[in-house]
Design a protein around this ligand. Sequence first.
Ligand code: PRP
Length: 207
Amino acid sequence: MSLTIALNRGRILKECLPLLARCGIDVGEDISASRKLVFDSVCGNFQLLIVRGSDVPTYVEHGAADLGVTGKDTLLEHDGGSGYYERLDMGIGRCQLMTAAPVGADLDLPKLRVATKFVRVAQDHYARLRQPVSIIALSGAMEIAPVMGLADCIVDIVDTGNTLRANGLEALDSITEVSTRLIVNKAAMKTKYDAVEALITQLRAVV
Ligand code: PRP
């Protein structure tokens, strides 16, 4: 029985492909160098979809993919989560969701302007702190928002901290640690139980 796996393109994809290869899932061509978005495995048992991270949970919860691989940050931000199970921490893509601001910035303000693409995470974080905020939703490159006066601080992924440093920002509070997760469509968990469990067992052995 064939399984369809939605994969987060970009950094996660590069780290994920060697793990899939160790489970015998190989498409026989260089996915990163191709403009194709759908690949069949050489063994014929898997189909790989290359999509944006934020679309991985959408594909999986609607059953357009049986499984998905994306970051916990994306799952926290996704509006839903009822259509899939989170089954495995893949042990890759480890980083932190953090608040950050220009070095030495005065954040003792009645209302903070927070630029982020992690709107839900940021709202929850500042609600817990009882800090009034105005959230400014961006799609990326949040680091320049405080530099250009669009925001006082940001909520973003921090891995090495190089992007923050390069833009004159410093990390402040860690909101949560994140890593890459495997999610499974709830219906596929029943109808394709054996194939899904076999893959999870193989992945667990290599992560
Ligand atoms: C992420 C994040 C930061 C950067 C952090 O962006 O948004 O900009 O990585 O990594 P660092 O701490 O090692 O510098 P990414 O490159 O994934 O692109 P994105 O803006 O599309 O999320």
